[in-house]
Design a protein. Sequence first.
Length: 139
Amino acid sequence: MTSSLTNTTDTEATQMEFKVYTIIARAKEVMERECRALAAYPPSLLVSPSFSCSARSHSQCKEAWSGFWWKKVARAILHPTNPLPLAQTLILEAPLPNGMNAACRQAMVDVMIELDGLEVEERIIEGVIRAVTLYFSSL
């Protein structure tokens, strides 16, 4: 769903029918809203300090994670021409953000995985496929 609907030719639009186009357009809007929300609010900031991190140090970990999220992850998710799919955001956390405890970073990544928010694009696409299939089977 990363291609623009504005690139759809008249012939393609006629072939897919308005109902299908509407399903895809709505899904694209929902997906973009989910991506913006995830980019704006770094997940897992409520994680407790890891076993090797004190409460005082943990505030530095959260600050480092928040800065890393905004400077690297959010920018990649919100990139205007080549946005990073949410499911691939974990590849960006490879180097340890400056000032962050390794165990805290792992705990924050684990929470991101458990929350399943990174799979939202895939679930939306699956929903589109089901809706379009149902529509065509009803014809």
